[in-house]
Design a protein around this ligand. Structure first.
Ligand code: C2E
Ligand code: MG
Ligand code: MG
Ligand code: MG
Length: 278
């Protein structure tokens, strides 16, 4: 609160603001150098077939270990990078690195799994986004069917016609599309019949609550039934227990992802997991 009474409350306020500005500038400086200093890396979390437990895809998730910040929550880093205009470069690096890693696993004979990559709205809205996806595929030599782009429901619904056009181009390229955090955007479900999507990912908040909250259960049930009608696959995120998994199996969910299966892991750890599979 601003205080004009002449006490030191006002000074405190100014101090807090300038501290905030200074911190922003420092973070800006650190993020702007992070790519060059190779401080970013990806961790990978398996998405498995709910009936066979076979790994279908691995979701690449960004991590940043910085000497002065330690490990900041990644949504904070992404939001900041978006706001300051760094997300395009960082996002392009993520795409290239994820494709490269997945092709390396395939070449090592670790199975023909796909790689799922989260895409920011700022990337998707750039006119050259489809070209960048093409470049990432060409550089890595990864077949397009093994790349799955994750677009959040909120991202998809912003300038919906433009997004639809971009998604159609991506489909023509042969990549897969999933809608992430589905159910949190309160968008009209009918819109999603128009999108050329392969998978809907049920947001983890519904899975977290499903065993205690009948509303969450109803939402999951509705999403699964809609997906069946649309001929779209369903992934449930945030599956933490056997109970979650068993219930979701009965409800007709296709794929699951969550700590019950595996936490996101560094590449070499996941590699050891892949090697142990039959
Ligand atoms: P998301 O794409 O929905 O990713 C799932 C998040 O849930 C990840 O958090 C993952 O670590 C976490 N998670 C996985 N299983 C469980 C579970 O069983 N329980 C719980 N409680 N959480 C689980 P993370 O890595 O912190 O990422 C958070 C969000 O940040 C992502 O949500 C995504 O929106 C964004 N993000 C992460 N990496 C990238 C990236 O490379 N690019 C972009 N644009 N966004 C990214
Ligand atoms: Mg995701
Ligand atoms: Mg997300
Ligand atoms: Mg999600």
């Amino acid at each position: 609160k601003v205080k004009n009474s002449g006490g030191n409350g006002y000074e405190f306020y100014n101090e807090a603001i300038s501290k905030m500005i200074k911190e922003e500038e420092e973070l800006d400086d650190a993020i702007s150098k992070a790519l060059e200093k190779e401080e970013f890396y990806l961790v990978y979390q398996p998405i498995v077939d709910i009936t066979t437990s076979e790994i279908i895809s691995n979701e690449a998730l960004l991590r940043w270990d910085n000497e002065s910040y330690g490990r900041l929550p990644i949504p904070v880093v992404i939001e900041f990078a978006e706001r300051k205009g760094y997300i395009e470069d960082i996002g392009f690096w993520i795409l290239k690195e994820a494709c490269r890693q997945n092709k390396a696993w395939q070449d090592e004979g670790l199975g023909l799994t796909a790689i799922s990559v989260n895409i920011s709205v700022h990337q998707l809205e750039k006119p050259d986004f489809v070209d960048k996806v093409k470049i990432a595929l060409e550089l890595s030599n990864l077949a397009p069917e093994y790349l799955e782009l994750e677009i959040t429901e909120t991202t998809a619904m912003e300038n919906v016609n433009e997004k639809l056009a971009t998604m159609l181009k991506l489909k023509r390229l042969g990549v897969k599309i999933s809608i992430d955090d589905f159910g949190t955007g309160y968008s009209s479900l009918s819109y999603f019949t128009k999108f050329p999507i392969d998978t809907l990912k049920i947001d983890k908040s519904f899975v977290r609550d499903m065993l205690e909250d009948s509303n969450a259960m109803t939402i999951i049930d509705t999403i699964i039934n809609m997906a069946k009608a649309m001929d779209v696959a369903i992934t449930a995120e945030g599956v933490e227990t056997l109970e979650h998994m068993e219930k979701l199996k009965i409800m007709g969910c296709d794929k699951i992802q969550g700590y019950y299966i595996s936490k996101p892991q560094k590449a070499y750890v996941l590699e050891q997991m892949l090697k142990k599979l039959p």
